[in-house]
Write a protein of this length. Structure first.
Length: 751
């Protein structure tokens, strides 16, 4: 079969149109100008110019997200519709998607109860119900996953919350629901037969559901760019189809054409059983078309096969355009197809594996940095070793265990135990090696211009390498990596600094970035409420993504004002995931510490980081209460005086005024989240505060900030920034001046 056709060109124009449409106006103008120039140069090729221009315009208009429709929260709204997805389960809720008769989609969710029934909610059921309708919440901090945009890419902007299971009545079901039920029954039967520790791996690699794998395992696979191994895609589909074809044909059960016909019938069902993720649909669709063309004895270039498959899938479901799995799957596959001439230059299997790993990693590097802000250089080596292991050892063994569990159930237990022991040894060695060589390259959120430059260098590398111009190819590869290196070094040459109040709910977390990256420190690291099972949720979902988006891979100091969970709950998750110079606490801090990393400070001390000073105003004696013992810090940054007060109450405020009668501040971190137990009239009178920052959770049970506190501030003309209203708040400064910015649109009168 030919490897390179021509139809990837118009499909690339289609995708480029979609990419251009979601960029800034400046980028759109540049891209539009380049397209016009290209069309002018090739104006004599009228046919191709018309096709490419048409595909570009189609992508521009069809692929971008649509604006969210006007919406108001509505209590106890009646609705009816059809369930369009299988029921899923989170740690707190049961969820599904319901589409009403006008085509509007909603997330339908029910909060779990300890003894409550599990809702059935079969796919395709017609339902009527009553629930509270609200808009889906988006990201509230820079760098955080935006669930609102993710669901908007699927055409869903709102969610309905049921008060109880009885608020929804459903009847009927679709044919797909029977397949989903059969899939679940098959997984349940498999769980009873095999080694319990191996079952999560079988569930992930055979059924496309990695939810049972330990979180630390998933995190390790993501860190070293191995998540594609856990996502069923071309590797798994190829092994399944190839294995079944060999069994059917080589055993004499079927002829080649009969085996192909059977597999064409089997593949749609396999896509459902494997979880129906975009990567599975891509690989399954390609395999199906390939089998069909082979059956009809039609030859089609691989690049055309991939391009047409992508185009059809995007036309049927434009939300795939915004799906990271779809993007990674097609980009890697397309890069490898175009790199076939490179692979033919090497006959050694080890070298071929290394080249495949290198091209695969470089092809998605810019996208990976765009989504996750970092790259693990060691992943090139890890992929070279583990991808062949999973491809030719572990996954085939899992298929054998699967077959044994149904054909020879008495052997499934011992055999699966052997397979798990083998796999555990491989993973232990792999994790042990990477533990001592874990040096992540945190680049930060990259703009489109950097991605464009990187992609240009990568394409040039592939072209030159294919033509055996290895020196030029090497220089192009260096250029691609160099673009990212230069961008990641920019903060070290920038005179801009920043103070950011993260929206961590009912808690405090402040990040201070000093000019020229001379220091990065954090004041408080809030954790999730104590009743939540995942103690590292705030660190992994809010704090770390923000730090990485800023290109921050280490903290010079983590200052914890006191030991309450809403100020210290993420300390140890942060220490586990990044380098931290020192943990700074007061002498009366009663939380856990790290002996060789802890520095104790008290009133009268000065903490110096870079050329900036942080004066400690409190405490100077033990007051036998965590809030009373909060560290209070004063500093000057960007031409403004700052005061960070932890959770100190009114009595401590009076002590600070007595000890520092001349104290003034421009920006006050309002104490105790705006509680009436802090921020007295006399305190505000003395400080002459211009800006008040209040870190507070939305609709919190404490009623913070209390109305009398906000009234005191407003009466003095103080500008109030609140995380519950404005999301993350930043002060970006250079020299003695700066600008306040809110992540959500600022409206001083928001309620």
């Amino acid at each position: 079969m030919m490897w390179k056709g021509i139809w990837h060109v118009p499909v690339l124009a289609f995708v480029l149109g979609g990419v251009t449409a979601i960029q800034s106006i400046a980028i759109q103008l540049v891209m539009g100008f380049l397209v016009v120039v290209w069309l002018f140069i090739h104006r004599k090729q009228t046919y191709w110019c018309f096709i490419l221009a048409s595909f570009f315009i189609l992508g521009w208009s069809y692929l971008p997200l649509h604006e969210s429709p006007p919406f108001e929260t509505e209590k106890a709204r009646s609705f009816q519709g059809t369930l369009s997805s299988n029921r899923t389960e989170t740690s707190h809720t049961y969820q599904t998607i319901i589409k009403t008769s006008d085509g509007t989609g909603f997330i339908l969710r029910l909060f779990k109860e300890e003894e409550g029934p599990v809702p059935d909610w079969p796919h395709g059921a017609s339902c009527v119900g009553v629930g509270d309708v609200e808009q889906i919440e988006g990201a509230r901090n820079p760098g955080n996953f935006d669930y609102k945009n993710y669901m908007a890419s699927k055409g869903i902007y709102q969610q309905i919350t049921l008060a109880s299971p009885s608020d929804l009545e459903c009847e009927g079901r679709s044919f797909l629901s029977y397949l989903f039920e059969f899939r679940k029954n098959m997984m349940d039967a498999l769980e009873e037969q095999v080694e319990p520790s191996l079952y999560p791996w079988m569930r992930a690699l055979l059924f496309g559901d990695s939810g049972e794998l330990p979180e630390d395992t998933l995190f390790w696979f993501r860190k070293f760019n191995l998540a594609h191994v856990l996502a069923i895609s071309g590797l798994h589909v190829g092994l399944t189809v190839g294995g079944m074809y060999l069994v059917l044909f080589r055993s004499g059960v079927a002829t080649r054409r009969q085996a192909s016909l059977f597999l064409m019938f089997f593949l749609p069902f396999y896509i459902v059983f494997a979880g129906s993720a975009p990567s599975v649909i891509r690989a399954g669709s390609m395999a199906l078309v390939l089998l069909l063309f082979s059956f009809l004895k039609i030859r089609i270039p691989l690049s055309d096969l991939l391009s047409v498959t992508a185009f059809v899938l995007l036309l049927l479901n434009p939300s795939y355009f915004h799906h990271i799995g779809f993007q990674f799957s097609f980009l890697v596959t397309f890069s490898l197809i175009l790199s076939l001439p490179i692979l033919k230059q090497y006959s050694n299997a080890v070298l071929q594996s290394a080249v495949i790993s290198l091209i695969s990693q470089l092809s998605i590097l810019s996208l990976q940095v765009h989504y996750f802000y970092e790259f693990q250089p060691l992943s090139l080596f890890v992929n070279t070793v583990l991808v062949p292991y999973f491809s030719f050892v572990f996954i085939p063994l899992l298929f054998l265990v699967f077959a044994c569990s149904f054909l020879l159930p008495q052997t499934a237990g011992p055999f699966s135990s052997f397979v798990f022991q083998l796999h555990e040894n491989v993973m232990d060695v792999s994790k042990g090696v990477t533990f001592y060589m874990d040096i992540p390259w945190v680049i930060g959120a990259v703009p489109s211009s950097v991605i464009l430059l990187y992609s240009t260098c990568f394409i040039l590398m592939v072209i030159c390498w294919s033509k055996k111009k290895r020196i030029t190819a090497f220089l192009a590869a260096c250029g691609a990596v160099g673009v990212l290196m230069i961008y990641s070094a920019i903060p070290y040459f920038s005179d801009k600094g920043a103070v950011t109040m993260l929206d961590v709910g009912q808690g405090d977390s402040f990040i201070i970035e000093l000019p020229y990256r001379s220091g990065v420190l954090m004041i408080d690291a809030a954790g999730p409420p104590t009743f939540q099972k995942a103690g590292d949720e705030t660190a992994k979902q809010i704090i770390l993504p923000f730090l990485k988006s800023r290109g921050i891979h280490q903290l010079d100091a983590l200052i914890v004002t006191h030991e309450d969970q809403d100020h210290s709950g993420s300390v140890f998750p942060l220490f586990r995931e990044m380098q931290i110079g020192q943990l700074v606490v007061s002498p009366f801090y009663e939380g856990e510490t790290i002996a060789d990393k802890t520095e104790v400070i008290e009133a009268g001390d000065v903490l110096e980081i870079g050329s900036y000073r942080f004066e400690v105003l409190h405490p100077n004696e033990d007051q036998n209460d965590a809030n009373h013992n909060s560290l209070v810090l004063a500093s000057e940054m960007g031409g403004k005086r700052w005061l960070f007060t932890g959770d100190v109450p009114l009595e401590v405020e009076d002590e600070i005024l007595s000890g520092h009668p001349d104290i003034h501040t421009d920006v006050l971190k309002v104490g105790h989240h705006g509680s009436r137990t802090s921020t007295s009239e006399s305190f505000l009178e003395q400080l002459s505060v211009e800006y008040a920052w209040i870190s507070v959770g939305r609709n919190n049970r404490y009623g913070h900030p209390h109305e009398e506190v906000t009234q005191r501030l407003e009466e003095r003309g103080t500008v109030i920034f609140r995380t519950d209203l404005h999301g993350a708040v930043s002060y970006i400064f250079s020299g003695q001046s700066g600008t306040f910015r809110t992540y959500l649109p600022y409206n001083a009168s928001r309620e």
